[in-house]
Design a protein around this ligand. Structure first.
Ligand code: PEP
Length: 260
Protein backbone atom coordinates (compact mmCIF):
# COMPACT_ATOMS: atom_id res chain seq x y z
CA UNK A 1 0.00 0.00 0.00
CA UNK A 2 1.06 3.59 -0.48
CA UNK A 3 -0.01 6.38 1.87
CA UNK A 4 -0.30 10.06 1.02
CA UNK A 5 -0.33 12.51 3.93
CA UNK A 6 -1.39 16.06 3.05
CA UNK A 7 -0.12 18.71 5.46
CA UNK A 8 -2.12 21.89 4.90
CA UNK A 9 -0.22 23.71 7.66
CA UNK A 10 -1.68 27.11 8.63
CA UNK A 11 -2.56 27.94 5.02
CA UNK A 12 -6.29 27.25 5.11
CA UNK A 13 -9.32 27.93 7.27
CA UNK A 14 -12.45 25.85 7.68
CA UNK A 15 -14.06 26.63 4.32
CA UNK A 16 -10.90 26.06 2.28
CA UNK A 17 -10.16 22.88 4.23
CA UNK A 18 -13.63 21.59 3.42
CA UNK A 19 -13.08 22.32 -0.28
CA UNK A 20 -9.71 20.54 -0.27
CA UNK A 21 -11.26 17.56 1.53
CA UNK A 22 -13.98 17.31 -1.14
CA UNK A 23 -11.30 17.52 -3.83
CA UNK A 24 -9.43 14.64 -2.18
CA UNK A 25 -12.61 12.54 -2.22
CA UNK A 26 -13.09 13.34 -5.92
CA UNK A 27 -9.46 12.45 -6.67
CA UNK A 28 -10.04 8.96 -5.27
CA UNK A 29 -13.43 8.36 -6.82
CA UNK A 30 -13.69 5.41 -9.19
CA UNK A 31 -10.05 4.37 -8.85
CA UNK A 32 -9.46 0.62 -8.85
CA UNK A 33 -6.06 1.19 -7.21
CA UNK A 34 -6.13 3.99 -4.70
CA UNK A 35 -3.62 5.01 -2.03
CA UNK A 36 -4.55 5.63 1.58
CA UNK A 37 -5.00 9.36 1.99
CA UNK A 38 -4.65 11.29 5.25
CA UNK A 39 -5.48 15.00 5.24
CA UNK A 40 -4.14 17.24 7.99
CA UNK A 41 -6.03 20.53 8.28
CA UNK A 42 -5.52 23.04 11.10
CA UNK A 43 -7.08 22.06 14.46
CA UNK A 44 -10.05 24.37 13.85
CA UNK A 45 -11.11 22.41 10.77
CA UNK A 46 -10.54 18.85 12.03
CA UNK A 47 -14.13 18.10 13.01
CA UNK A 48 -15.67 19.60 9.86
CA UNK A 49 -13.24 17.81 7.59
CA UNK A 50 -13.87 14.55 9.42
CA UNK A 51 -17.61 14.88 8.76
CA UNK A 52 -16.92 15.40 5.05
CA UNK A 53 -14.65 12.38 4.65
CA UNK A 54 -16.42 10.03 7.09
CA UNK A 55 -17.07 6.59 5.58
CA UNK A 56 -14.50 7.17 2.83
CA UNK A 57 -10.91 6.08 2.38
CA UNK A 58 -9.72 9.50 3.43
CA UNK A 59 -8.61 9.77 7.06
CA UNK A 60 -7.92 12.90 9.07
CA UNK A 61 -4.82 13.86 11.01
CA UNK A 62 -3.81 16.70 13.31
CA UNK A 63 -0.62 18.65 12.60
CA UNK A 64 0.55 18.43 16.21
CA UNK A 65 -0.75 17.63 19.70
CA UNK A 66 0.23 18.10 23.32
CA UNK A 67 1.14 15.13 25.52
CA UNK A 68 -1.02 15.77 28.60
CA UNK A 69 -4.63 14.63 28.60
CA UNK A 70 -6.24 17.55 30.44
CA UNK A 71 -5.16 20.42 32.66
CA UNK A 72 -4.01 24.00 32.86
CA UNK A 73 -2.09 24.17 29.58
CA UNK A 74 -3.46 27.29 27.93
CA UNK A 75 -3.57 27.02 24.18
CA UNK A 76 -2.65 23.35 23.92
CA UNK A 77 -4.68 20.57 22.31
CA UNK A 78 -4.58 17.15 23.95
CA UNK A 79 -4.54 13.78 22.20
CA UNK A 80 -8.00 13.11 23.58
CA UNK A 81 -9.30 16.33 22.00
CA UNK A 82 -7.72 15.38 18.69
CA UNK A 83 -9.29 11.91 18.81
CA UNK A 84 -12.66 13.44 19.74
CA UNK A 85 -12.76 15.26 16.38
CA UNK A 86 -12.57 11.94 14.56
CA UNK A 87 -8.93 12.36 13.60
CA UNK A 88 -6.95 9.12 13.58
CA UNK A 89 -3.45 10.45 12.90
CA UNK A 90 -1.18 13.14 14.33
CA UNK A 91 1.97 14.60 12.84
CA UNK A 92 4.70 14.99 15.46
CA UNK A 93 8.11 16.60 15.27
CA UNK A 94 7.66 18.45 12.00
CA UNK A 95 10.83 20.44 11.31
CA UNK A 96 8.86 23.71 11.46
CA UNK A 97 7.83 22.86 15.00
CA UNK A 98 11.38 21.91 15.93
CA UNK A 99 12.82 25.07 14.35
CA UNK A 100 10.17 27.68 15.19
CA UNK A 101 8.52 26.40 18.35
CA UNK A 102 11.36 24.88 20.34
CA UNK A 103 10.33 21.29 19.91
CA UNK A 104 13.09 18.93 21.06
CA UNK A 105 13.78 15.22 20.70
CA UNK A 106 12.36 14.87 24.22
CA UNK A 107 9.06 16.66 23.54
CA UNK A 108 8.68 14.77 20.26
CA UNK A 109 9.09 11.58 22.29
CA UNK A 110 6.35 12.63 24.72
CA UNK A 111 4.01 13.48 21.87
CA UNK A 112 4.65 10.21 20.07
CA UNK A 113 3.95 8.26 23.25
CA UNK A 114 0.78 10.26 23.92
CA UNK A 115 -0.51 9.75 20.38
CA UNK A 116 0.01 5.99 20.59
CA UNK A 117 -1.59 5.84 24.04
CA UNK A 118 -4.72 7.36 22.50
CA UNK A 119 -4.65 5.04 19.49
CA UNK A 120 -3.71 7.82 17.14
CA UNK A 121 -1.22 6.87 14.44
CA UNK A 122 1.78 9.16 14.85
CA UNK A 123 3.46 10.53 11.74
CA UNK A 124 6.91 11.07 13.21
CA UNK A 125 9.00 13.52 11.19
CA UNK A 126 12.77 13.27 11.13
CA UNK A 127 15.30 14.93 8.86
CA UNK A 128 18.71 16.47 8.65
CA UNK A 129 19.60 20.07 7.79
CA UNK A 130 21.76 20.98 4.79
CA UNK A 131 24.74 21.55 7.11
CA UNK A 132 24.30 18.18 8.77
CA UNK A 133 24.06 16.50 5.38
CA UNK A 134 27.18 18.28 4.13
CA UNK A 135 29.02 17.08 7.23
CA UNK A 136 28.03 13.47 6.48
CA UNK A 137 25.83 13.32 9.58
CA UNK A 138 22.48 12.36 8.01
CA UNK A 139 22.25 8.90 9.57
CA UNK A 140 23.52 10.10 12.94
CA UNK A 141 20.86 12.82 13.06
CA UNK A 142 17.84 10.91 11.79
CA UNK A 143 18.79 7.84 13.82
CA UNK A 144 18.98 9.94 16.98
CA UNK A 145 15.64 11.63 16.22
CA UNK A 146 13.94 8.31 15.54
CA UNK A 147 15.23 6.57 18.68
CA UNK A 148 14.26 9.59 20.81
CA UNK A 149 10.79 9.77 19.30
CA UNK A 150 10.05 6.22 20.44
CA UNK A 151 12.07 6.26 23.67
CA UNK A 152 9.01 6.13 25.91
CA UNK A 153 6.37 4.91 23.48
CA UNK A 154 4.37 1.80 24.26
CA UNK A 155 3.85 -0.02 20.97
CA UNK A 156 0.85 -2.35 21.07
CA UNK A 157 0.24 -5.44 18.98
CA UNK A 158 -1.75 -3.55 16.39
CA UNK A 159 0.13 -0.24 16.59
CA UNK A 160 0.85 1.41 13.29
CA UNK A 161 3.36 4.17 13.02
CA UNK A 162 4.38 6.32 10.11
CA UNK A 163 7.92 7.67 9.99
CA UNK A 164 8.35 10.61 7.63
CA UNK A 165 11.86 11.19 6.32
CA UNK A 166 11.80 14.92 5.62
CA UNK A 167 15.21 16.40 4.91
CA UNK A 168 14.93 19.98 6.16
CA UNK A 169 16.70 21.32 3.07
CA UNK A 170 14.09 19.69 0.81
CA UNK A 171 10.99 21.11 2.52
CA UNK A 172 9.44 23.89 0.48
CA UNK A 173 12.67 24.37 -1.47
CA UNK A 174 11.68 22.88 -4.81
CA UNK A 175 14.64 20.49 -4.46
CA UNK A 176 13.49 17.05 -3.35
CA UNK A 177 15.89 14.29 -2.35
CA UNK A 178 16.68 11.96 -5.22
CA UNK A 179 14.81 8.64 -5.08
CA UNK A 180 18.18 6.93 -4.45
CA UNK A 181 19.00 9.14 -1.46
CA UNK A 182 15.48 8.77 -0.09
CA UNK A 183 15.65 4.98 -0.46
CA UNK A 184 18.97 4.87 1.42
CA UNK A 185 17.58 6.97 4.28
CA UNK A 186 14.37 4.92 4.40
CA UNK A 187 16.25 1.62 4.53
CA UNK A 188 18.32 2.99 7.41
CA UNK A 189 15.27 4.27 9.34
CA UNK A 190 13.41 0.99 8.81
CA UNK A 191 16.40 -0.97 10.09
CA UNK A 192 16.69 1.21 13.21
CA UNK A 193 12.95 0.98 13.83
CA UNK A 194 12.83 -2.80 13.41
CA UNK A 195 16.03 -3.62 15.28
CA UNK A 196 16.05 -1.04 18.06
CA UNK A 197 12.53 0.29 18.52
CA UNK A 198 10.03 -2.41 17.77
CA UNK A 199 12.15 -5.32 18.98
CA UNK A 200 10.10 -8.49 18.86
CA UNK A 201 6.78 -6.59 18.81
CA UNK A 202 4.21 -6.63 16.07
CA UNK A 203 3.90 -2.88 15.41
CA UNK A 204 3.76 -2.03 11.71
CA UNK A 205 5.77 0.83 10.31
CA UNK A 206 5.46 2.79 7.10
CA UNK A 207 8.28 5.06 5.99
CA UNK A 208 7.19 8.11 4.01
CA UNK A 209 9.26 10.67 2.13
CA UNK A 210 8.49 14.40 2.40
CA UNK A 211 10.07 17.48 0.86
CA UNK A 212 9.11 19.23 -2.40
CA UNK A 213 7.02 16.36 -3.76
CA UNK A 214 4.80 17.43 -6.64
CA UNK A 215 2.91 15.94 -9.57
CA UNK A 216 6.13 15.71 -11.63
CA UNK A 217 8.29 13.78 -9.19
CA UNK A 218 5.75 11.75 -7.18
CA UNK A 219 5.78 8.69 -9.44
CA UNK A 220 9.58 8.31 -9.38
CA UNK A 221 9.54 8.36 -5.58
CA UNK A 222 6.46 6.25 -5.03
CA UNK A 223 7.56 3.45 -7.36
CA UNK A 224 10.41 2.63 -4.98
CA UNK A 225 9.49 -0.31 -2.73
CA UNK A 226 11.28 1.35 0.21
CA UNK A 227 9.00 4.39 -0.06
CA UNK A 228 5.66 3.54 1.54
CA UNK A 229 4.19 6.92 0.77
CA UNK A 230 4.76 10.63 0.82
CA UNK A 231 4.07 13.61 3.03
CA UNK A 232 3.04 16.55 0.88
CA UNK A 233 3.03 20.20 1.91
CA UNK A 234 2.70 22.86 -0.79
CA UNK A 235 1.41 20.61 -3.59
CA UNK A 236 -1.39 19.30 -1.37
CA UNK A 237 -2.96 22.79 -1.35
CA UNK A 238 -3.52 22.67 -5.09
CA UNK A 239 -6.36 20.29 -5.97
CA UNK A 240 -5.04 19.63 -9.49
CA UNK A 241 -1.55 18.81 -8.19
CA UNK A 242 -2.92 16.63 -5.43
CA UNK A 243 -5.19 14.78 -7.87
CA UNK A 244 -2.20 14.11 -10.13
CA UNK A 245 -0.21 12.77 -7.15
CA UNK A 246 -3.12 10.45 -6.26
CA UNK A 247 -3.12 9.29 -9.89
CA UNK A 248 0.65 8.66 -9.75
CA UNK A 249 0.18 6.57 -6.61
CA UNK A 250 -2.67 4.71 -8.35
CA UNK A 251 -0.38 3.92 -11.30
CA UNK A 252 2.30 2.58 -8.97
CA UNK A 253 -0.25 0.43 -7.13
CA UNK A 254 -1.62 -0.90 -10.41
CA UNK A 255 1.91 -1.87 -11.45
CA UNK A 256 2.44 -3.62 -8.12
CA UNK A 257 -0.85 -5.52 -8.47
CA UNK A 258 0.06 -6.75 -11.94
CA UNK A 259 3.48 -7.88 -10.64
CA UNK A 260 1.95 -10.11 -7.97
C1 PEP B 1 6.32 19.56 4.70
O1 PEP B 1 6.30 20.70 5.15
O2 PEP B 1 6.18 18.58 5.43
C2 PEP B 1 6.50 19.37 3.28
C3 PEP B 1 6.77 18.17 2.83
O3 PEP B 1 6.39 20.50 2.51
P1 PEP B 1 6.62 20.63 0.94
O4 PEP B 1 5.93 19.46 0.28
O5 PEP B 1 5.98 21.92 0.59
O6 PEP B 1 8.09 20.59 0.70
Amino acid sequence: MKTLVANWKMHVGIRESAALARAALLALRGRAHAPDVVVCPPFTALADVHKIVARSHVAVGAQDLFWEETGAFTGEISPRMVAETGAAYAIVGHSERRRLFGETDETVGKKTAAALAHRLTPVVCVGETAEERAAGRTEAVIGRQLRAAFASAALHEGSRVLIAYEPVWAIGSGHPASPQDAVAAHAFLRRVFRDEVKGGGRAREGVLYGGSVDADNAFALLREDEIDGILIGGASLNAAQFTAIVAAAGDVLEGLASRS
